[in-house]
Design a protein around this ligand. Structure first.
Ligand SMILES: Cc1ncc(COP(=O)(O)O)c(C=O)c1O
Length: 393
């Protein structure tokens, strides 16, 4: 599908629809009068099949306690197997009301108070909040930034695991915000260190359908034919892919039966959510009939990314943008264009944009911004032009 056709068919006004991104800027930025390029959702309707399936279910009228049908598992498993070669089994699957909620539950299941949990920064900020809010100790290994290409620092990871007695690693794959789709080799190296050092892994794969160009996504539980999967809990959802975040449904994939038992006990003790009717109806329809929609969406992200990259390269080469292998989030190094101490003022008052600031993802992100490219080319053009114009002034 051409980018223009995707936009014409699916773009939708979200302002004045109680959207956090458009109508909730005031809480974070002091005003709703900015162009929102922050928070990770989109200005696009979900695939038609999702709306039809929801409508049909809603018209039934009764929304009592519900089971997850066999067809849900079949459709989700087929999607995972055919697109990524990921093998899943029904007994491994649990449901959450969101990936972050499940990370929080798992931190409690897999570690004790004061245990040490590692993240690779810069990284999605709720990882840090969940660790600290649950009274675990946060240890950070910074990714190595080679001119916008980020890599894991395996020596540092191993040294910190040993010195700090790390018990759990939360990894983001593909990586928000630096846009990497980790290769099998990289993941194997990481998981081998974790196996040798007896560190469990939570693999947050919520962005795994958002793969740009020829990059290849491999799930943590498939690495080396599943060799590491007893050491790993994998989390994913249809929500980021198909813009369903408010329907609050996600997967917790636990191959290890002992961990599963402990997780189930914790869910029972805390009475945690374990499935959401409308979220599952939407996800099943998306997995069944959303492939063309997704390829249209991926084409749009690539188009928007190339536009931003080329515009900055031509007009303001001091702004460096990390190559986008996955996610729809561009990671932009503004340090040579705007002093980090002035960046908030510049973005909000001069450029009139709402963006996520890099330091939110860890100290290594200071002076960077994260731009959400899952919006119309018109909004992306505006955002780039606002930045370029503000720099000229
Ligand atoms: C890496 C990552 N994990 C989790 C989430 C949020 O997931 P949920 O809304 O299912 O908690 C996001 C949203 O941006 C994300 O980027």
């Amino acid at each position: 599908m051409k980018v223009a056709d995707f936009v014409e068919k699916y773009a939708v006004e979200r302002k004045n629809t109680d959207s956090v991104k458009w109508d909730g800027m005031k809480d974070s930025f002091g005003t709703n009068d900015l162009l929102p390029m922050w928070i990770a959702d989109t200005e696009f309707k979900a695939p038609e099949a999702v709306m039809y399936a929801l409508k049909k279910r809603i018209e039934h009228g009764a929304y009592g306690y519900s089971l997850t049908p066999d067809s849900y598992y079949e459709t989700y498993f087929k999607w995972q197997q055919e697109r990524y070669g990921t093998e899943l089994h029904r007994e491994w699957i649990r449901f959450g009301s969101g990936v972050v909620q499940s990370i929080s539950a798992l931190v409690n299941v897999l570690t004790l108070q004061d245990d040490v949990v590692m993240v690779l920064q810069p990284v999605y900020h709720p990882f840090m909040h969940v660790i600290e809010n649950n009274e675990r100790k946060l240890v950070v290994s910074n990714l190595k930034n080679d001119n916008g290409h980020y890599e894991m620092d395996f020596d540092d990871i191993r040294a910190k695991i040993q010195n700090e007695h790390v018990k759990l690693l939360i990894n983001c794959s593909p990586h928000n915000p630096v846009g990497r789709v980790w290769t099998s080799e990289e993941l194997e190296k990481l998981f081998e260190i974790c196996r040798e050092e007896k560190v469990l892994v939570i693999s947050d794969e919520i962005h795994h359908d958002l793969i740009i160009g020829d990059n290849k996504f491999v799930s943590a539980i498939s690495i080396k034919d599943g060799f590491y999967r007893d050491n790993i809990v994998m989390l994913d959802a249809a929500s980021k892919t198909f813009n369903l975040a408010a329907l609050q449904s996600s997967h917790v994939v636990i191959a290890n039966p002992q961990i599963r038992e402990r997780y189930d006990e914790y869910v029972e003790k805390m009475c945690l959510p374990s499935g959401n009717l409308l979220g599952e109806v939407a996800a099943e329809a998306a997995y069944r009939e959303g492939a063309d929609w997704l390829s249209g969406m991926l084409g749009l992200i690539k188009y928007n990314f190339d536009y931003v990259k080329n515009q900055f390269a031509e007009n303001e080469p001091t702004i460096k943008i990390a190559e986008l292998e996955g996610t729809y989030l561009a990671w932009v190094d503004m340090r040579a264009a705007v002093a980090p101490s002035k960046l908030h003022h510049f973005m909000q008052h001069d450029a009139k944009l709402a963006v996520n600031y890099g330091e939110m993802f860890g100290a290594a992100g200071n002076g960077f911004i994260r731009l959400n490219l899952a919006t119309t080319p018109e909004n992306v053009e505006k955002a780039v032009n606002y930045i370029l114009k503000a720099l000229k002034n």
